[in-house]
Design a protein around this ligand. Structure first.
Ligand code: ZN
Ligand code: ZN
Length: 472
């Protein structure tokens, strides 16, 4: 084989493509010992300590974990000593303190400058267009950050295409990071269709095509722990979402994965306090997309106070008001998405409701009502069945609060005052209704036994977006 073909695993080109912009363990570098040693001697690979012991305690250099409780101790077969290892990032493969992390200092890959990478031919709405142009501007002017505050159902993916196109034209490398593997799986085929001439990879736990050598990468935030100084354009989807919001190692990984001169685009429908404060102080560039792609306002939730809510829940049933509402829905043909606060309640309520609704003839078969939650192995399949309208009522925990689109649903939240339903969760949940152009409306009801701040703020925020969008 010719030494210079990109297919030779030892060619300069292939090495640059595979290892530039990464931070890897030896076991993640599939090179034979002699080659690896040679590259190390030539200082093309540079070793870095993986776990360091500081006066204040240990620190993992892969995920930045500094919590003592998240380090374990294990005997090392090679050194015959007890070693620290990081439990925080263990799902990316165990890091022992005697192992190094390697970065590539050899030549850099030459990313293609694509003349015309985007073949998407759809049309943007006026609001989408404004946001899209603003993203292009940020990429062109190498702005550091830009936040897109777009309501649920605004059609944010299409707004990104022009910005990604302008980056690819300049031979830049692009990453879209999302907290959820579901989103990577959903977006990958859409991106491959829109950018058919570009090498695109989707990285998530268990993904097949995962050497991370593509110019355009869609990845879960966890996967970014393997990257360093790799991307010129970083798009962070649902920047407010768990676990990105709750796990400090993920913002750390995302920020390390960027180049020094990179542009970061944040996407969110429900920005957290930190971003809102920066917006209020005028130190975070942002643009609003307050209107859904179909041009109709967001459904505004109503609150239903039920004094018997606790008692009903103890019997694993929704409150009486729920049944009255169910009988009198404005559009009974819509499917129903029923949110409950806990997995246990979801499962128990599922059984009880089937019995009750069969008797009241609201459903005709026990297959009409299905329960789904995070630890459900059939989760994907059930969501698909609901989307295909094979199920009438889907009981769910907050796992379906975002990232999923069903064309025509009403939404009920049982025990909306529960602490899992914070403001962002309630806005996202309400955003499941009225998603399609054929049924742009939908009822959203919060059943509670005492208003919470989160409920009031969620409704206020939805109304204010509607006002901003030019509705009443
Ligand atoms: Zn770690
Ligand atoms: Zn060791």
């Amino acid at each position: 084989m010719n030494e210079l073909t990109p297919f030779d695993p030892h060619s300069e080109l292939t090495l640059a493509l595979r290892y530039s912009g990464k931070l890897l363990l030896r076991k993640e570098i599939p090179l034979d010992h002699a080659t690896f040693q040679q590259l190390l001697n030539q200082q093309q690979f540079i070793p870095h300590a993986s776990i360091i012991r500081k006066f204040s305690g240990p620190k993992c250099n892969r995920c930045n974990n500094q919590k003592r409780s998240l380090f374990g101790i294990i005997p090392c077969q090679i050194c015959r000593k007890q070693h620290l290892y990081c439990r925080k990032c263990i799902e990316m493969g165990r890091v022992l303190e005697c192992e190094s992390l390697y970065s590539w200092q050899g030549s850099k890959p030459d990313w293609l400058s694509h003349a015309n990478p985007c073949s998407w031919i759809g049309e943007l709405t006026k609001r989408q267009k404004l946001a899209s142009e603003r993203i292009v501007e940020a990429v062109t002017n190498l702005e550091k950050e830009l936040l897109i505050w777009a309501v649920c159902g605004a059609g944010k993916t299409e707004m990104l295409y022009a910005g990604i196109t302008s980056a690819l034209k300049k031979g830049k490398r692009v990453c879209l990071a999302t907290p959820r593997a579901d989103v990577v799986r959903e977006l990958l085929p859409r991106f491959r269709q829109a950018f058919s001439s570009v090498h695109i990879q989707g990285l998530y736990g268990g993904s097949k095509d995962n050497d991370g050598t593509a110019q355009l990468i869609l990845a879960t935030t966890h996967q970014l722990l393997r990257f360093q100084a790799a991307f010129d354009l970083m798009i962070i989807d649902e920047v407010d979402a768990f676990p990105f919001h709750a796990d400090p190692s993920l913002p750390y990984a995302t920020s390390r994965a960027k180049n020094e001169t990179s542009t970061t685009i944040y996407l969110t429908a429900t920005p957290r306090k930190m971003h809102r404060k920066r917006i209020a102080r005028n130190n975070l560039a942002h643009i609003f997309v307050p209107v859904r792609f179909h041009g109709h306002p967001l459904p505004v939730p109503t609150m239903k106070m039920s004094l018997n809510l606790r008692k009903s829940i103890q019997r694993f049933l929704p409150p009486n008001h729920f049944f009255t509402w169910l009988k009198n829905r404005r559009t009974p043909s819509r499917q129903l998405l029923l949110f409950v606060p806990t997995i246990n309640l979801a499962e128990r309520m599922g059984e009880k409701l089937i019995e009750k609704l069969l008797i009241s003839e609201d459903i005709t078969s026990e297959l009409d009502l299905v329960t789904v939650h995070a630890s459900d192995v059939n989760r994907e399949e059930k969501v698909m069945q609901f989307r295909n309208k094979e199920i009438l009522i889907l009981i769910t925990t907050t796992i379906l609060e975002r990232g999923v689109t069903f064309p025509s649903v009403d939404v009920a939240v049982i025990d909306a005052g529960h602490e899992v339903f914070d403001e962002a969760a309630l806005v996202q949940i309400s955003g499941r209704a009225g998603r399609s152009i054929d049924d742009p409306d939908g009822e959203v009801v919060f059943f509670h036994d005492g208003k919470t701040d989160a409920m009031v703020k969620a409704i206020r925020s939805i109304k204010s977006m509607n006002r901003r969008g030019g509705f009443k």
